[in-house]
Design a binder for this molecule. Sequence first.
Ligand SMILES: *Cc1c(COP(=O)(O)O)cnc(C)c1O
Length: 430
Amino acid sequence: MTDGPTYGFDTLQIHAGAKPDPATGARQTPIYQTTAYVFRDADHAAALFNLQEVGFIYSRLTNPTVAVLQERIATLEGGVGAVCCSSGHAAQIMALFPLMGPGRNIVASTRLYGGTVTQFSQTIKRFGWSCKFVDFDDVEAVKAAVDDDTRAIFGEAIANPGGYIMDVRAIADVADAAGIPLIIDNTTATPYLCRPIEHGATLVVHSTTKYLTGNGTVTGGCIVDSGKFDWSANDKFPSLSQPEPAYHGLKFHETFGPLAFTFHGIAIGLRDLGMTMNPQAAHYTLMGTETLSLRMERHVENATKIAQWLEKDDRVDYVTYAGLESSPYFERVKTVCPKGAGGLFTFAVKGGYDACVKLVNALEIFSHVANLGDTRSLIIHSASTTHRQLSAEQQEAAGAGANVVRVSIGTEDADDLIADLDQALAKATS
Ligand SMILES: *Cc1c(COP(=O)(O)O)cnc(C)c1O
């Protein structure tokens, strides 16, 4: 599509970034299954390698199918550019890479996807980076945790597993005052429910594995740049503001302006870290984005019905869904994600660990898997699986106590899902 009228979300999720294939007229975006691209001549090759001309060189850096997905996600998020990569975890490392260095730290929410807690508390230490985990409902504590070595603040708009809602604007104000970017993991909300850039986020990361693809077929990740951060306002971000030796002293921010972070992500991040998305994966995710709003509406509708049903059931102790009036986050939904609180929540089963294990075994439509954001309804008992190695206290703090299961509500008939939960709860608590 060309720059023209401002289209609505439902139009953009199908058309943004795509046009009929110039060579064949193919209406659907072809899967450009190629490693390399023929240069017009030696001068053209040199210009591409010097970043003087934008074009395709080699698919570790850029690929036309992946490029369509990048433009589509950037458009849906209201960003200026995006870089796709091999997984959500790759996106997190790629987002931090230009900002960090040995001795630098990030401040992150305590309420994060379990794998992110491990990545931030253990793995990034190998790079000399560290993370301070803070309760993001305590804005003063977030402020207090930021120090001279902090290079980013990181949180999830709708937090996995509990479905808690982050006050993105309040945390963005802390980041702005400190002159550092706010990175939002928008995986569980998707741009249909929440647009973090409108609430002050600098960068948005995704596991495209989840709702953006929507059917559990491929892993992928994406980093979207708002284009709004001034990387040269202080001396904290030399990778973006200072001469880059690997490109003959080119300064990314001075040269590419609002696209500095995106160009850096491709020209340095993908080139040297190599966490590339392949064109097949981009194809599946492009198919998914075409129906994103329709699926999210149904995910929200089903999750609301099921959470309300569970909350009234006396075999259930509590339900964490923020779309319930009983949730402490109910009011925040209206400003942060006005189209709904997503499809993910946890609930506590009377009878503890044993009842949860029986419930998971007795369900017929729900699949017992470590994934979320599928059209299929999914369930996991964290205490006996993903959080098995943790102590009881650690499980409790992570919202993954022995009596709690996490559900990712799919787009099936809500009545069928309720009937399935009903029969399984009967078996689990008899
Ligand atoms: C799954 C997930 C990730 C990690 O993504 P992968 O594609 O599995 O690497 C990060 N954040 C959230 C919120 C997730 O749900």
